[in-house]
Design a binder for this molecule. Structure first.
Ligand code: DAH
Length: 355
């Protein structure tokens, strides 16, 4: 009896010194395991005299249930402790700013295409598309550039067959033909896209981007063309005034044809577009040649229009201060990280084109 009281005291002392679940398990084995101190006493019952056995067994059971009770108490205490510790370590403070995650960037060419689409949408232009692989007719002949025309040589064309019937389009102008053949006038479209010429240096890459514009209706004049370009350039370069001049030029598909220059100046190494006494060639344009309208099944006695073609990459270089065109297509993530745009900042006329 006394022995049991001492044993209980010893065991309870050990309980009070427990630190964690592991200690508790060790103590359980020490006391109630197969060779545990209390389990052993139960085994000893067999050797005890009959008259003492009952009494001892009942004392032993009381002790065991006291130990089990204590064991449960500690078990739930340690369980609770652990749960609380876990909850504490996993707490998220939702009021803190989110950690910076790696983000993709929008390429300057995509950004500029979005900006241009946005600007021309305001003027009522919709977006048209054509394939990169074109036929000779749409790329040249229908655009009033028959075989052996000298303008063909200037395009450094990538032909895809020996008969020179299929090619990588050298400009976006064939989209004019596709658009007009597919629908009825009036037409008011822009066509951004990839174009290809066999050429490569700091300002030329074999693949580059153009944006074609076409407006055909009953009373379209060169004054409308000028007004449209003035609006577009002012919006694009985000300036109030733009110095612009039309320089007589020649394209087979327009008559008259012009190249457009805009004024600029460089001060303290920084280029300002729209003012200054230097000129920068920016695009080609003109009134759609009657032969082109005829080839596209449009009655040139009723309809007339203007067209223009502008290099998108060059616009991106000018606006965002990038000086080597080849870097656009090198797929260097560090370059994109620097010159790219946030995917959430979609250009819009009311909120601003770029930030
Ligand atoms: N297609 C011409 C080129 O790639 C650019 C161009 C000039 C397009 C005049 C036009 C235009 O629509 O009217 O050089």
């Amino acid at each position: 009896m006394n022995d049991l009281a001492t044993l209980q005291q010893q065991i309870f002392n050990k309980f009070s010194q427990l630190k964690n679940k592991e200690d508790l398990e060790n103590l359980r084995i020490e006391v109630l395991g197969k060779k545990g101190s209390v389990s052993k006493l139960f085994q000893d019952l067999a050797t005890i005299d009959k008259d003492k056995k009952k009494e001892f067994a009942s004392q032993l059971n009381i002790l065991k249930s006291k130990i089990l009770e204590e064991f449960n108490k500690y078990s739930s205490k340690f369980g609770q402790d652990e749960l609380e510790k876990k909850l504490h370590s996993e707490t998220i403070d939702v009021t803190l700013p989110t950690p910076k995650k790696p983000q993709g960037k929008i390429h300057p060419v995509s950004q500029v295409i979005d900006e241009l689409t946005c600007i021309f949408a305001e003027l009522g232009f919709s977006v048209a598309e054509g394939p990169d692989i074109e036929n000779e007719y749409n790329n040249f002949t229908a655009l009033n550039t028959p075989p052996n025309h000298p303008a063909r040589d200037m395009h450094d064309t990538f032909y895809l067959d020996e008969n020179k019937q299929t090619l990588l389009r050298t400009h976006t102008s064939p989209v004019q033909i596709r658009t007009m053949l597919n629908d009825k006038p009036p037409f008011k479209i822009i066509a951004p896209g990839r174009t290809y010429r066999c050429d490569s240096d700091q300002t030329h890459t074999p693949m580059f981007h153009q944006l074609e514009g076409l407006y055909v209706d009953k009373n379209v004049t060169m004054a409308d063309l000028r007004g449209c370009l003035d609006y577009f350039l002012k919006k694009f370069f985000e300036v109030d005034q733009i110095k612009m001049r039309f320089r007589p030029s020649h394209f087979p598909f327009t008559e008259p044809s012009a190249e457009v220059d805009i004024g600029y100046e460089i001060k303290d190494g920084k280029i300002t577009i729209g003012q200054g006494d230097k000129w920068l060639e920016i695009l080609g344009c003109g009134m759609v040649h009657p032969n082109v309208l005829k080839n596209a099944k449009v009655d040139s006695r009723k309809y007339q229009g203007y067209a223009f073609g502008v290099g998108i990459d060059r616009l991106a270089m000018l606006k965002y201060g990038i000086n080597d065109l080849r870097s656009f297509f090198e797929s260097d993530v560090r370059w994109l990280e620097h010159f790219g745009f946030n995917a959430n900042d979609v250009p819009s006329n009311y909120r601003g084109l770029a930030r």
